[in-house]
Design a protein around this ligand. Structure first.
Ligand code: IPE
Ligand code: IPE
Ligand code: MG
Length: 262
């Protein structure tokens, strides 16, 4: 049956099996250059344990550090993590307030790890709408890691792909209006260069945790040919083994990009 809700046993089996993929085997095959993850399920993960939703956000934050360290150790070139969407402002004021404070603590905590691992971090999204304190923390972490040459770690905060696309259209339209560009200059490379992900490889693998099978306004242009991977595991429980399982599945996909395999 399509879209059958998995039983608890099946979910448990998925978590257990996700630890058995052999790391060396995965590392011996071509890896995705750019992995994007929709970090979903924090609230439900906490509620299942009788804890408040924000407990899940805190655990989710610790897991960002864990997964970034694992991905960097595997020499993944770029990772983009969806942490707060332009639609998440609809949530209860207390939850939003918590989510606006959380990254400030996180960036402070995470800074030494980022420097040790040579990770370059950037925040994608409409930063002007974020509280002043968070904007300062973002500037600090971006400046601190600006010259790092290892994995590129993008954190999407107040990010929405439709906003990003509107911004790109306005920037290009304005350049055409000012005669800096002509209509014939508009091609997919030019569009890439006017998006927040400028300079990054296209997304090869898009992961969404916690069972939902939708994009929720994440990278719409950039996932044109991404392989999609959905897992029941909630984000705070998505550990190294689960990432290896996702990549191992990716490695078994037959990517044709519209062509035909001989
Ligand atoms: C993802 O977890 C984090 C954010 C969207 C901020 P959720 O908060 O969406 O958790 P669920 O999906 O309600 O369990
Ligand atoms: C998507 O999760 C946004 C992030 C993970 C940041 P949501 O929980 O907000 O998405 P919906 O509401 O289930 O689509
Ligand atoms: Mg959610």
């Amino acid at each position: 049956m399509l879209f059958k809700k998995k039983s608890e046993l099946e979910v448990l089996e998925e978590i257990v099996s996700s630890t058995v993929v052999d790391k060396e085997t995965v590392l011996g095959k071509p890896l995705p250059r750019h992995v994007a993850i929709i970090l979903d399920g924090n609230g439900r993960w906490a509620q299942q344990q009788g804890k408040p939703r924000v407990f899940g956000h805190q655990a989710g934050m610790f897991n960002v550090e864990h997964i970034a360290e694992v991905a960097s150790g595997m020499n993944i070139e770029a990772m983009t993590l969806y942490a707060f969407s332009t639609e998440n402002w609809k949530r209860a004021a207390e939850e939003v307030a918590f989510l606006m404070k959380l990254p400030i603590r996180f960036f402070d905590r995470f800074a030494p790890t980022l420097m040790r691992l040579n990770i370059k971090t950037k925040v994608l999204g409409n930063k002007e709408e974020l509280p002043e304190g968070l904007q300062t923390a973002i500037r600090r972490i971006e400046q601190m890691t600006a010259n790092n040459t290892g994995m590129k770690l993008m954190i999407a905060l107040n990010y929405g792909a439709q906003d990003e696309i509107m911004g790109m259209v306005k920037k290009i339209a304005n350049k055409v209006k000012e005669a800096e560009l002509s209509l014939d200059d508009i091609d997919s490379k030019l569009i890439d260069d006017h998006l927040l992900t400028k300079g990054l490889p296209p997304v090869d693998l898009l992961i969404r945790t916690s069972g939902e099978q939708r994009i929720s306004n994440f990278l719409l242009w950039q996932i044109a040919y991404a392989e999609l991977y959905f897992t029941e595991i909630p984000w705070p429980a998505f550990k190294e083994g689960a990432l290896l399982e996702a990549i191992s599945q990716f490695q078994q996909r037959d990517r044709r990009f519209g062509g035909v395999k001989k």
